[in-house]
Write a protein that binds this ligand. Structure first.
Ligand code: HBI
Ligand code: FE
Length: 313
């Protein structure tokens, strides 16, 4: 049996953050930027109807409680059109340019161009596949909270749609990016385990380590590519959910560099357009093994009760 849940009092006192013991203790209320207050350069900034829609959907996420079904959204014809546009285009590129794990999981969810899927339904499929679940969130979470959620096999997902004036672009995560880019990959057991490990590594990480993990996440989960059958395929959600980025990756003009998880990683930007360089894994298995080994170096000091809570013991 694991040792009793003790943490040296000193360590507790000097740590400037709390280690969540359960999903309930992961803060999903601190939203960075956007949320419902769109900035001036946001495509929906001058659209009061869109802004109100965002407020309403954000409020549903804010009042959602763990264990309750995720509220269903009645997406408007305009919102469904955005979904249809993006999905129709992406579907043409997937067979050639998505990695095999994505292609294997994609049919599990029954995505249709005519209907925006409901988080509650996809979460149920995901839970059966890998134990992951979806929790609705109002917008971009603080990196620590977002990563901590992964330790409890929980993916925090937005539920609003990008603005219809630019269906191919969103400055922040939206329901298209989350559901097409992230959710199918999370149904792959090896991938889900990797993401779980990244989450566990975040629980005891100090600010510097959180920043490094955020970059690791960015260059793999968001923009990672992998060698497969003599070519290069996408597994990062930011590539898989963007027609332009996927075409750009497929064109092969961006630089490909091997990922060394322990080395310093370049700064990230949301606004520099397509990636000029992708970090590439030689194989998903080998890459995941390296990433997990790095993560284990960070969770050496994890208290036993937390190990139990996240399924390590
Ligand atoms: N919040 N809602 C949401 N969705 C994300 O994908 C997300 C986030 N917060 C931080 C984050 N991603 C990354 O920058 C990393 O910190 C993991
Ligand atoms: Fe993302």
């Amino acid at each position: 049996a694991p040792a009793p849940a003790t943490q040296p009092a000193e360590a507790q006192a000097t740590r400037p953050f709390r280690i969540p013991r359960s999903l309930e203790e992961v803060d999903n209320g601190q939203i960075l930027g956007f949320s419902a207050d769109l900035s001036e350069d946001h495509p929906g900034f001058h659209d009061p109807v869109y802004k109100q829609r965002r407020v309403d959907i954000c409020n549903l996420a804010r009042t959602h409680r763990i264990g309750q079904p995720i509220p269903r959204i009645d997406y408007s014809p305009e919102e469904v059109d955005v979904w249809r546009t993006v999905m129709t285009e992406l579907q043409q590129l997937f067979p050639q340019h998505a990695c095999k794990e994505f292609l294997r999981c994609w049919p599990m969810f029954g995505f249709s161009p005519d209907e925006v899927p409901q988080l509650e339904d996809l979460s149920a499929v995901l839970t059966r596949a890998t134990g992951f679940q979806i929790r609705p969130v109002a917008g971009l979470l603080r990196p620590r909270d977002f990563l901590n959620g992964l330790a409890f096999r929980t993916f925090h997902s937005t539920q609003y749609m990008r603005h219809h004036s630019s269906p191919r672009y969103t400055p922040e995560p939206d329901v298209v990016h989350e559901l097409i880019g992230h959710v199918p990959m999370l149904a792959d057991p090896a991938y889900a385990d990797l993401v779980h490990q990244i989450g566990i590594a975040s629980l005891t990480a100090d600010e510097k380590q959180i920043w490094h993990l955020t970059k690791v996440y960015w260059y793999t989960v968001e923009f990672g590519v992998v060698r497969e059958g003599g070519g290069v395929k996408a597994f990062g959600a930011g590539v898989l959910s963007s027609f332009g980025e996927l075409q750009h990756m497929a064109a092969g003009r961006a630089e490909l560099v091997p990922l060394d998880v322990a080395a310093p990683l370049p700064r990230m930007s949301y606004k520099d357009g397509y990636q000029q360089r992708y970090f590439v894994l030689d194989s998903f298995e080998e890459g995941a093994a390296h990433l997990k080994a790095y993560c284990r170096t960070l969770h050496q000091h994890l208290p036993d009760d937390v190990r139990v809570a996240v399924g390590l013991l």
